[in-house]
Ligand binder design. Structure first.
Ligand code: ARG
Length: 281
């Protein structure tokens, strides 16, 4: 069922985001190196941190946030970055998750996209793709991670669909299992990254294409790369003073947001947000 775009919906470039309130956020399975059922999130604190991120994005950074209702049986659906990847002409490539625990989210995200006037494209059944967690635009390139969650076949499809130059980057460490945990696109040719998360070849690709600011292991472990960039403002997980300083030196205004309860599940600011506009510039 496809419904028309709401006429009042405003489409300010790069400022429309999708989030999901942590109504049923929890940790009841383990599908990445961060998740331990013995270390479940404090739900009240998670709500508080989610609200702080939401308010930072809307009130300080000028974003418009749309909401998708979290399904009860999908405790990780708060991580909307994994819903899909926006493409030009109001199309979205819907994610096809690696793990069955998260595949239950696919129909809910699909419904939301259809209800909001997006044309939904699907991956092949045997090709995993985890949306903006593993692929994003930077300048006229698309950078995309593979091996842990997304398969490289998804990059071929992205390139075919968009005509973009896709830079495929191999992820080699289980703690940095999505590209958005270890690579932060800033603008045009500027990015921050955690070099050790990538294989040798991917590091060279990054260094040759970008002015890439390397971040320390300590701050990469605090999800410094998992930040939301809107223009010259950034929402960054709290506790990363060196990354904050490096970005301030490049002219960014950095807002720190505590993310401890989401880091327990292997996510932080960026994972909780999907860009609804196809270009990140
Ligand atoms: N627990 C979630 C998972 O393992 C976390 C997802 C984080 N999302 C992201 N874009 N890095 O799938």
């Amino acid at each position: 069922m496809q419904t028309a775009i709401k006429p009042e919906q405003k489409r300010v470039k790069s400022h429309n985001l999708l989030m999901s309130r942590p109504d049923s956020y929890d940790l009841i399975y383990e599908i990445n190196a961060w998740m331990h059922k013995s270390n479940r999130p404090d739900k009240r604190l998670a709500w508080d941190q989610w609200n702080q991120l939401h308010d930072t994005l809307t009130q300080k950074m000028g974003a418009n946030v749309e909401l998708v209702q979290q399904a009860q049986e999908a405790p990780d659906m708060v991580f909307t970055a994994n819903a899909g990847m926006m493409l030009p002409n109001k199309r979205v490539l819907l994610s096809h998750f690696r793990h069955p625990e998260r595949q239950v989210e696919e129909p809910y995200f699909e419904q939301w996209f259809r209800d909001h006037g997006f044309e939904v494209l699907h991956m092949a059944e045997d090709c995993a793709f985890e949306g903006e967690g593993d692929a994003f635009w930077i300048g006229d390139y698309m950078v995309a991670g593979y091996r842990k969650r997304s398969d490289i076949c998804s990059h071929h499809y992205l390139s075919e669909l968009t005509g973009a130059n896709v830079l495929s980057l191999e992820l080699i460490d289980d703690r940095w299992y999505h590209l958005d945990t270890c690579f932060l696109p800033l603008k045009d040719r500027l990015a921050a990254y955690y070099p050790e998360a990538f294989d040798h070849y991917a590091r060279r690709v990054i260094q040759e294409h970008f002015d890439a600011i390397p971040l320390s292991p300590e701050e990469a472990l605090k999800f410094a790369c998992n930040s939301v960039v809107i223009g010259d403002q950034i929402a960054m997980p709290a506790g990363c003073p060196n990354a904050k300083f490096a970005l301030e030196e490049r002219g960014y205004k950095v807002h720190e947001v505590p993310m401890t309860e989401f880091i327990k599940s292997g996510g932080a600011c960026k994972c909780l947000v999907l860009q609804l506009d196809p270009l990140n510039s």
